[in-house]
Ligand binder design. Structure first.
Ligand code: PXP
Length: 236
C-alpha cells in the first residue's frame, strides 16, 4: 500500500500570515524524501490554502506523483488540462465546509461526471472519484471512465474504537471488493490517523492512502523541540 501525503495544512498555516512560511513546496519535498509516494494538494474554489502557483511549482519540482484534488467545475478542468498532474481526485466542494465532508454524488450526475472525466483521461491524467462506500456510487463510478476511486474513510475514522467501528470497516471492505470486481483501482482517505490506519491493511489490494491532517499535526510535535532549541541557541 502506498502513502500519499496531503500538504494543504502547510499552505493554511502559510496563508495565516500572508507570507511565504511555511513553504508547502518545501514541505512536499520533505514528504517525498521521507517515503511519500505522492503529494496531494486540493486547489479549492476559494483558494483558502493551496494557490494556483503552488500547483505549478509542485508539478515542476516533485519527483513523486502529484495528485490534484479538485471540484467538478470548468475552471478546475481547464487548470488540470494545462498543468497535467499525474492524477486528479474529483471531490464535492462546498464553500462553507471546513474540509471535504462527503463523497461525490456520481450516481446522481453520471452524465456530467462522465463528460468531465473524458478529456482528462484523454490527456493522460489518471482520474479518481472520491466517493462513499456505497454500492450505487461505486457502480456509477465504474461507468465514468475513471480508473480509480478513493473511498471516503471519514465514517470509519469517526467510528473507530466505538461499537460502530466493525460495521463501518466492513462497508469499506465490501466497497473495495465490488470496485475491484468492476475493474477499478481503489485508494482511501480522510480522517486516517496513527491509531486507525492499521486496519486499512486488512482490506485487499488498496492501492494508496491519502493522509493529511494527522501527519501535519504530528509533525508539530515531532518538530517542536528542535525548533525551540534552534531559536534558543540564537537567542542565548
Ligand atoms: N482524501 C480526500 C479526497 C480529502 O478531501 C482529504 C482531506 O483534504 C483527504 C484525503 C485527507 O484527509 P485528512 O486530512 O483527514 O487526512
Amino acid at each position: 500500500m502506498l502513502l500519499g501525503v496531503n500538504i494543504d495544512h502547510v499552505a493554511t498555516l502559510r496563508n495565516a500570515r500572508g507570507g511565504f512560511e511555511p513553504d508547502p513546496i518545501h514541505a512536499a519535498q520533505i514528504c517525498e524524501e521521507s517515503g511519500a509516494t505522492s503529494i496531494t494538494a486540493h486547489l479549492r474554489e476559494d483558494r483558502r490554502h493551496i494557490k494556483d502557483q503552488d500547483v505549478r511549482a509542485l508539478k515542476k519540482v516533485l519527483k513523486v506523483n502529484l495528485n490534484l484534488e479538485m471540484a467538478v467545475t470548468d475552471e478546475m478542468q481547464k487548470i488540470a488540462l494545462e498543468i497535467k498532474p499525474h492524477s486528479v481526485c474529483l471531490v464535492p466542494e462546498k464553500r462553507q465546509e471546513v474540509t471535504t465532508e462527503g463523497g461525490l454524488d456520481v450516481a446522481g450526475q453520471l452524465n456530467k461526471v462522465t463528460n468531465f472525466v473524458a478529456p482528462l483521461v484523454e490527456a493522460g491524467i489518471l482520474v479518481s472519484l472520491f466517493i462513499d462506500a456505497d454500492e450505487a456510487q461505486i457502480r456509477a463510478a465504474a461507468k465514468t471512465g475513471a480508473q480509480f476511486i478513493e473511498l471516503h474513510t471519514g465514517q470509519y475514522s469517526h467510528a473507530f474504537a466505538t461499537p460502530d467501528e466493525q460495521e463501518e470497516f466492513e462497508k469499506l471492505r465490501e466497497a473495495s471488493r465490488l470496485a475491484h470486481a468492476l475493474g477499478l483501482k481503489v485508494n482511501a482517505g480522510h480522517g486516517l490517523n496513527y491509531e486507525n490506519v492499521g486496519r486499512m491493511r486488512e482490506i485487499d489490494d488498496l492501492y494508496e492512502l491519502n493522509i493529511g491532517h494527522s501527519i501535519i499535526s504530528r509533525a508539530v510535535f515531532t518538530g517542536l523541540s528542535q525548533a525551540v532549541k534552534d531559536m534558543s541557541n540564537l537567542v542565548k
